[in-house]
Write a protein that binds this ligand. Sequence first.
Ligand code: DGL
Length: 281
Amino acid sequence: MRAQRSAPIGVFDSGVGGLTVLRALQAELAQEHFVYLGDTARLPYGTKSPETVVRYGLQAAHALLERGVKALIIACNTASAVALPAMAQRYRDVPLIGVVHPGADAAVAATRSGHIAVIATEATVRGGAYQRAILARRPDARITAVPCQLFVALAEEGWTEGSIARAVAERYLAELFGEEARAQAHHADTLVLGCTHFPMLRSTIRAVVGEQVAIVDSAATTAASAHALLRQRGLVDGEAPDASTPALRLLATDGAERFAAVGSRFLGRSIGAGEVELIDL
Ligand code: DGL
């Protein structure tokens, strides 16, 4: 059992965005080792068909399990929203958690009016997983979901503040949070950042939606849920990290240098290209 407890946790994303979730996981589970896989060769997932996202998700899960992970965290909202049921069915015995349910928990805890806005990629919005997860927790909720695909590119480009980011955020969010919308009694009081990249634009989004709206992202709740799931399965590694295994292994399917450069901003610490191992799925 100790051998299994000391195995790393697998974290999967379509690219570097999931490093925002990894950061929260490392803070919550400081004793654990992690293997992070970013499918950089095939991102974005957010514009792909459900069939493709399911296929990619299953391949990524297989690659991580082959490397001996004891649990799988799907840090990608699109993969969580679209591929998680197929992954859970294929790998029934593996503790598996996505970001959608923890995000829905956080949204329902934050809302008072019951009107929740979700912003995400096209595929996440189209699949309706957030809408279903929120309604399962609060059947009277009113949910407005808006795809904000350009935020992904802005976050990767590092254009998270300034006039361009602000103009894009206004274009996407004015209908929901503009003056006219805010004057109505039942405007959304909670905004879910349903994409790995969107927390990078938090201050711009905050400036557009105003101070009264609760902004929820699923990174911290996912980390807490992952901790609870591991504890429940007796898989929390309570012992000091084994110095012979790196605390973090970074895998990508393309572009170690770009992964390192862009990923450093998402992880909040510098990543060297030499730390990134390229693999095929
Ligand atoms: N990781 C994706 C998500 O959270 C965003 C990037 C992509 O579209 O692949 O939905």
